[in-house]
Design a protein around this ligand. Structure first.
Ligand code: HEC
Ligand code: HEC
Ligand code: HEC
Ligand code: HEC
Ligand code: HEC
Ligand code: HEC
Ligand code: HEC
Ligand code: HEC
Length: 447
């Protein structure tokens, strides 16, 4: 056995020596560090794809090697001894920030870096208690970011790693994960400009941004012109380096002739459409102007103003007609003891949850990014169907007729837009519809 080990070891040393020769000739332009060269030599056999991907990167061309990124101090919480070197598996925003201070600062102050702080949210109660922590680990935390734990032996706890969630809480105290968008080990900016990278997280029933985008004219022209957008260029200024279509990055991150790249994805949005009732953000006007500057490269200002008018109108419609009365009615039922104050233990809690968290967000996201099917069929249509055929009937059933009538009087009657439901369709409306079908199809049917 020992003899066998000796033979293998000598063979490895010989391969290692050979590799030093071949590696140094292959990566000729880059001044790789002495330590980095050792990593490369061994990992070429151990994990050839990592090494190849790294060789193709800008980092390799500039001599930023394995050791530059993975090196650690003995005192670092996640430091481990590895073949005689002190390294860490995680390369956190703080580590990247040694060379990319600006990007680190912008990312760290953005909402992305806060995505791991969901512990006390309603969503988290739903995940941890109603669902289960095993599902949270492979669901929520893969998008939001886990709190990565280090075990006593220096290895990372498998309950929290692998993970590249956008707001990952790292052992060194930093927040986020740069490889949420810049995939290792190429770390390219071209790849991060593609909408698919955002689509890992920005999709589905409660925030379908990638679906909305694909449906929009923007997504359609993008698909038709993907190869003409010069995604590989270092400089990627809209209107200068490309003109055909915007991607998610164009509007939320990339440069315009007057704005630099920003790693704060909230820098150009004026609303947050996440809560039950939408909220204007701080410095909303300034942020909106920054987004409109992006649009102005391809659209006239009256066109853009028209878009924003329609968008704001939809947000206000959802907020005032549906979200605010639903919220107030549910609160009154809680105060009157008709449903409990806890979440998710009454049927009404679930109905209300889907009304704002799924359907209401879909409508708003559809309007924000020009996806008509999400604004209407997956949006306000679903909101209205839920409000009138599930929410209100459930309110009636838990409240009883007397309180129900009181609630309707208080929360719906002041708004004429609910009259069609509370008082029925007017004679004139019925007549108009019948007349329309008569003229169109020559019959008297109303559907
Ligand atoms: C003598 C060979 C050798 C050398 C030298 C070496 N590694 Fe490794 N490395 C390995 C092996 C083997 C593994 C484990 C692979 C496995 O278990 O699948 C590994 C794993 C790793 C891991 C992942 C650890 C984990 O638990 O997931 C990182 C990160 C790493 N190496 C980085 C480096 C860096 C940086 C250097 C240079 C300072 C380096 N390696 C030098 C052989 C080597
Ligand atoms: C620009 C910085 C950077 C460089 C250069 C770099 N890495 Fe990494 N590496 C990372 C990041 C980031 C991760 C993912 C860890 C995280 O999410 O924090 C990682 C993860 C790893 C892992 C474990 C992940 C897995 O999928 O198993 C290994 C092994 C590894 N790197 C080896 C290497 C080797 C070998 C080299 C040199 C050829 C290298 N790295 C160069 C940043 C870097
Ligand atoms: C597919 C990825 C993904 C999964 C899985 C996911 N989320 Fe999210 N979550 C997001 C995205 C993206 C947003 C932001 C959407 C937006 O801005 O419109 C978000 C928003 C939130 C918000 C709102 C934060 C705020 O500032 O208003 C909370 C809280 C939240 N998620 C918690 C959770 C919890 C808890 C789970 C699991 C039970 C979960 N999420 C599952 C991607 C995900
Ligand atoms: C939400 C996705 C996302 C995350 C997370 C992200 N980046 Fe970027 N990054 C991009 C995009 C998109 C570009 C390309 C911008 C453009 O069009 O030039 C980019 C460009 C860059 C560039 C090229 C220089 C520049 O300003 O264009 C560097 C360096 C960079 N990122 C570093 C980082 C670091 C370091 C982190 C973590 C602190 C990080 N990025 C996190 C999306 C991201
Ligand atoms: C030791 C310094 C150093 C570290 C650490 C480092 N980088 Fe870089 N990075 C560079 C240099 C140098 C360049 C090349 C700049 C250029 O070509 O102008 C670069 C370029 C980039 C680019 C642009 C690539 C492109 O396609 O043009 C991205 C993205 C990037 N780094 C992300 C990261 C991320 C993410 C990390 C951490 C995981 C990281 N870097 C760690 C030095 C570093
Ligand atoms: C790994 C998951 C993930 C990826 C990848 C990701 N995001 Fe996010 N993003 C989130 C989560 C989670 C939130 C919500 C954070 C919160 O509210 O706590 C969010 C929030 C946002 C916001 C709202 C910011 C604010 O200030 O309210 C914007 C805009 C955004 N992301 C754009 C993007 C774009 C553009 C990309 C791709 C270049 C991208 N994201 C990639 C998970 C991700
Ligand atoms: C043509 C420009 C444009 C493109 C392309 C675009 N967005 Fe947006 N996005 C917007 C605008 C405009 C808003 C609303 C701005 C405001 O609130 O003032 C917005 C809002 C958002 C929000 C905030 C939603 C919330 O709940 O508050 C997120 C997250 C987001 N976009 C992600 C994405 C992702 C991911 C993609 C690609 C799949 C994308 N965007 C593509 C312009 C764009
Ligand atoms: C890189 C160019 C580019 C940028 C930047 C851009 N758009 Fe567009 N946009 C287009 C193109 C191309 C079309 C399709 C025109 C057509 O229908 O013939 C379009 C169409 C639209 C439409 C019409 C949608 C429809 O279905 O008819 C709206 C609304 C719109 N854009 C709003 C915006 C807003 C708001 C912004 C900034 C947040 C923006 N665009 C940024 C290129 C761009």
């Amino acid at each position: 056995m020992k003899r066998y080990h000796f033979v293998v070891l000598s063979a490895l040393i010989a391969i290692g020596a050979l590799c030093i020769i071949c590696a140094s000739s292959e990566v000729a332009s880059a001044e790789v560090s002495k330590e980095g060269q050792v990593c490369i030599n061994c990992h070429k056999a151990q994990s050839p794809s990592f090494v190849k991907e790294w060789e193709l990167s800008k980092h390799a061309a500039k001599g930023v090697d394995c050791y530059s990124c993975h090196k650690a101090e003995k005192s670092d919480p996640d430091a481990m001894d590895h073949n005689g070197y002190t390294i860490a598996i995680l390369v956190t925003p703080k580590d990247c920030g040694r060379c990319h201070a600006n990007e680190e600062k912008e990312m760290t102050t953005s909402h992305h870096a806060k995505a791991g702080d969901i512990l006390n949210s309603l969503d988290n109660y739903l995940g941890e208690v109603v669902g289960g922590p095993e599902a949270v680990a492979v669901g929520c935390l893969q998008c939001h970011g886990a709190k990565v734990k280090v075990l006593d032996n220096g290895k990372l706890d498998t309950n929290s790693w692998p993970n590249t969630g956008i707001g990952r809480i790292n052992p060194d105290g930093s927040k986020g994960s740069c490889s949420a968008c810049h995939i290792r080990h190429n770390f390219s900016r071209a790849q991060a400009r593609e909408p698919e990278i955002c689509g890992k997280c920005h999709l589905g029933p409660d925030h379908p941004q990638i679906e909305v985008y694909e449906e929009s004219k923007h997504g359609i022209v993008y698909a038709a012109n993907k190869d003409k957008l010069n995604m590989d260029k270092d400089s990627w200024v809209v209107g200068k380096d490309y003109t055909a279509a915007p991607t998610c990055a164009t509007c939320h991150i990339s440069a315009t002739p007057t704005q630099p790249v920003t790693h704060d994805v909230g820098a150009r949005i004026s609303w947050t459409l996440r809560p039950p009732v939408s909220k204007k953000l701080e410095n909303a006007d300034k942020k909106r102007a920054a987004m409109q500057d992006v649009c102005s490269s391809c659209h006239s200002s009256p066109f853009v103003e028209g878009f924003y008018k329609q968008f704001d109108n939809l947000v206000n419609l959802y907020d005032t007609k549906f979200a605010m009365p639903a919220m107030a009615i549910r609160k009154d039922l809680m105060e009157k003891g008709k449903i409990s104050k806890a979440d998710f233990d009454d049927k009404l809690d679930w109905i209300y949850w889907e009304l704002w968290h799924h359907e209401g967000r879909r409508a708003r996201h559809g309007a924000a990014m020009s996806g008509p099917d999400y604004a209407w069929w997956h949006g306000i249509y679903d909101v209205a169907k839920n409000f009138y055929t599930e929410f209100l009937p459930e309110v009636k059933s838990v409240a009883g007729p007397e309180l129900y009538n009181e609630l309707v009087k208080k929360h719906l009657d002041p708004d004429v837009r609910h009259e069609w439901y509370t008082k029925g369709m007017s004679k004139e409306q019925l007549q108009k519809i019948q007349q329309y079908y008569k003229e169109r199809y020559g019959g008297t049917q109303t559907k």
